[in-house]
Design a binder for this molecule. Sequence first.
Ligand SMILES: Nc1nc2c(c(=O)[nH]1)N[C@H]1C(S)=C(S)[C@@H](COP(=O)(O)O)O[C@H]1N2
Ligand SMILES: [Mo]
Length: 202
Amino acid sequence: MIIRKNPNIRFPNPDPSRVPPGQFVTQQWPVLHYGHVPKVDLATWRFSIWGEVENPVSWTWKEFQALPRTELTVDIHCVTKWSKLGTVWEGVTIDDLLAAAGLEEPPAPYLMAHCDGGYTTNLPLEDLLGGKGLVATRFDGEPLAPEHGGPARLLVPHLYFWKSAKWVRRLRFMEHDEPGFWESLGYHIYGDPWREQRYDGD
Ligand SMILES: Nc1nc2c(c(=O)[nH]1)N[C@H]1C(S)=C(S)[C@@H](COP(=O)(O)O)O[C@H]1N2
Ligand SMILES: [Mo]
């Protein structure tokens, strides 16, 4: 028997209404990132909200586990053209995070996600509210694997997957949009897969 690890295996009969233009469906889960998988020590791990907020807040791993948790089943779409349907995640919604931080009003319209290892990606806050964004710590009922961003990654499934920052540690609120890592290197500032916003100018 041949075990195929190739993410490019195509599955011919996905529901076409769930597959954005130019994407193919895979049942594999490719591991893609710039640089190395960081070593993360949960004893010193903190998750923080800072930037344009009155009172920056941070949670220890234990405190973070005590926040309200949400399960989300979603399709994910990578700009390298693979899509994976029906992925099951668990974590803390950005709504619940902001509420736990005592922020009743959205503090600023944009934010930058900062990760262990230095990766960044920018997002309008609007795209994370209303249950659309999660700080995910579990996948398929298991702790999120380090190569997929564990202990915690951002999950913003309606945008290309580079916006779903692995090893996320800080959300920095900003008055004005700024490009993150890939956005500074020619990728689209917003990244809507349904409008094929892959590169700057798309
Ligand atoms: N910290 C960090 N997060 C990251 C990246 C990265 O390089 N560093 N790459 C992004 C890109 S381009 C993709 S496609 C997805 C891949 O996630 P996966 O390895 O879980 O499939 O992670 C995103 N999040
Ligand atoms: Mo990507």
